[in-house]
Design a protein around this ligand. Structure first.
Ligand code: ATP
Ligand code: DNN
Ligand code: MG
Length: 207
């Protein structure tokens, strides 16, 4: 199975969540569009087991901006039809850039790429005042497109009133809660990978 990791915005914890999933599922990793350095693939390489495969970006832009703007600055063209799944027989964790409604050119958005990936979506919701609105807006877009949503990963200080209202609207389970960590390293990623696998197996057991 492939999983597309999106979030309610940029800097939400998609790369951390992707590292956890890659380690938990022993999956490959792919970031189709990277804007700015260090690359998320570099970060993943430092966080997950050495034998796990990271596929090269399809578009690697130097400018840390929205892909449509970075591509324009670098006189490149990104379009949905550029993206074909890398060849692998393994599960693949695919990380978006920013949130779902981020433009890749003047007419197409990150959300338009998803049908090419034969993937279930996982939404990272980082918790802050305002994150309920951003999460429900993201869920609305996912629903309106009819995309399969596997679950939500919360990132940040545990806030039950926020999480319960989001889960009520989402009608999907919380797959993991990532707490604010002093540092993110392979030990922390492994700890969360074990927790993720426990939750994943419990959800499967409960049906
Ligand atoms: N739970 C956490 N504890 C500590 N640091 C965190 C946590 N979650 C995220 N961070 C840090 O916040 C920053 C942004 O996280 P991350 O790179 O995962 O975001 P992203 O959603 O992948 O962003 P992008 O849209 O650029 O891909 C990183 O420096 C990351 O290490
Ligand atoms: C450069 C950054 N780290 C991401 N890769 C791209 C974020 C695009 C955000 C666009 C937006 O929502 O305004
Ligand atoms: Mg990232």
């Amino acid at each position: 199975m492939n999983y597309f990791i999106s979030a309610i915005g940029t800097d939400s914890g998609k790369t951390i969540a992707s590292a956890i999933l890659v380690e938990a599922l022993q999956a490959d990793y792919w970031k189709p569009i990277q804007a700015g350095r260090p690359t998320d693939s570099d970060t993943i390489r430092q966080l997950v087991s050495e034998h796990l495969v990271i596929h090269p970006e399809r578009h690697l832009l130097e400018t840390p901006a929205s892909p449509h703007a970075a591509a324009a600055v670098e006189e490149k063209k990104i379009q949905v039809s550029d993206f074909n799944l890398p060849h692998t027989s393994n599960s693949l964790v695919i990380e978006g850039a920013g949130g779902l409604m981020v433009p890749i050119n003047n007419d197409e958005l990150i959300v338009d790429m998803i049908p090419r990936f034969n993937a279930e979506l996982i939404l990272v919701s980082n918790i802050y005042l305002g994150s309920i609105n951003h999460t429900l807006l993201s869920l609305e877009v996912i629903k309106s497109r009819g995309y399969p949503l596997k679950g939500i990963i919360f990132n940040g200080i545990s806030t039950p009133s926020t999480e319960s209202i989001i889960l009520k609207y989402a009608q999907v389970p919380c797959l993991l809660h990532i707490k604010p960590e002093g540092q993110i390293d392979p030990v922390v990623i492994k700890k969360y990978a074990n927790e993720f696998n426990y939750n994943w197996n419990e959800l499967a057991r409960k049906g």
